[in-house]
Ligand binder design. Sequence first.
Ligand code: AMP
Ligand code: GLY
Length: 417
Amino acid sequence: MDMNILVVGGGGREHAIARALSCNSDVTIFSVMARKNPGIAVLSKRYLIEKETDVGNVANFASECGVNCAIIGPEAPLEAGIVDTLQKQGIPCVGPTRLAARIETDKAFCRNMMEKHRIPGCPNYRVFHDSDAACDYIDAYEGDLAVKPIGLTGGKGVRIMGTLDGGIVLEERLIGEEFTLQAFVDGNHLVPMPLVQDHKRAYEGDAGPNTGGMGTYSLENHLLPFVTHADYEAALEIMRSMVAAMAVEGQPYRGILYGQFMNTRDGPRVVEFNSRFGDPEAMNVLSLLESDFAAILCRIIEGTLSQAHVRFAPKATVCKYLVPEGYPAAPVSGAPITVGDYGGAILYYANVGEKNGRMITLQSRTMAFVGLGDSLAEAEEIADRAASSVTGGVWYRHDIGKPALLEKRIKHMKEIR
Ligand code: AMP
Ligand code: GLY
């Protein structure tokens, strides 16, 4: 059955979405992105260069192209109500409405939902709108706290802000090892994807400032060595409970649900929920997807996910992001880069420009390589060799997916348990 699908967003995550859709020759891809992603552009019949949050223009383009449905990559257009606008024009979406997206866009809403519906895994937290009261609380608190602005931070993550624009959530600092569980959700039913571990810190050995994510890996059994089956089941149950709670509140959640968990001494606790695929995590799981992605999107929209048989290849993946020199504090844009022979890896473009016929860096993460293998070692070697083929003003973390880092995680988990 011929299908016209709109992909919103222009990063590595959306390139992975477009590539997965392109495996079905009956699918025609249309896309909207703020900057031209050459990988998405070649897969698209037509593309519009437009801010993804300009929902009116996106909707006009969608109607013009006669798309049957849309999938929304980033969180910003979800917060801007892109799903509400598209649905009003009769275009069903894979992605939550503005109100349902609050599980990500409003951290106070997320924590309050977890508390109200007694969903396990919620850290102790307090919401503040007054900076004096917040400071008093911090002074009196024994132990470490995570300080989170309530709203989106554009991937800049948790840090202390000078002012209290819109409030903050103070929550107990969780100790453990982090993992990501993503799932397809149709409003009621949830189909999980393989577990992934992201690396938020900029430098090797998990040092330096937080970033949008420097790279990720997943294992051939779709679990992680520091996550037991019981931990996995507990995390999945937390996600199911959140979806059930949203339905009870009259805000059914449809789209991709991303759970960021801290595996602690007492099992998984929720660091955050996101209302979309992770970037880079989407590149790991979508590179493994063996089932027809377009058919899954249809089931999400129709609410028939419980009948789906979703298969992922039993392989390990490693994703390495190349980032501009100086990233994240002072990224150098405009530096020419050359991609060499990247072997059997998959190349996903993120933020690249063009100058005098050459590819150049921009301010954000540049491009990523995903290696697939029968073992993590094989996947890592493929990704690393591919990443090292790129010359010019970019760098990447060599340690992601290597045994030393994994051993450190396993040892840490043993220590706290
Ligand atoms: P977020 O902005 O919620 O994605 O958080 C960014 C990163 O901060 C997470 O990936 C964690 O590494 C860390 N973090 C957030 N919340 C907590 C918490 N309650 N305890 C410990 N670390 C946290
Ligand atoms: N990789 C983390 C995120 O997409 O939020």
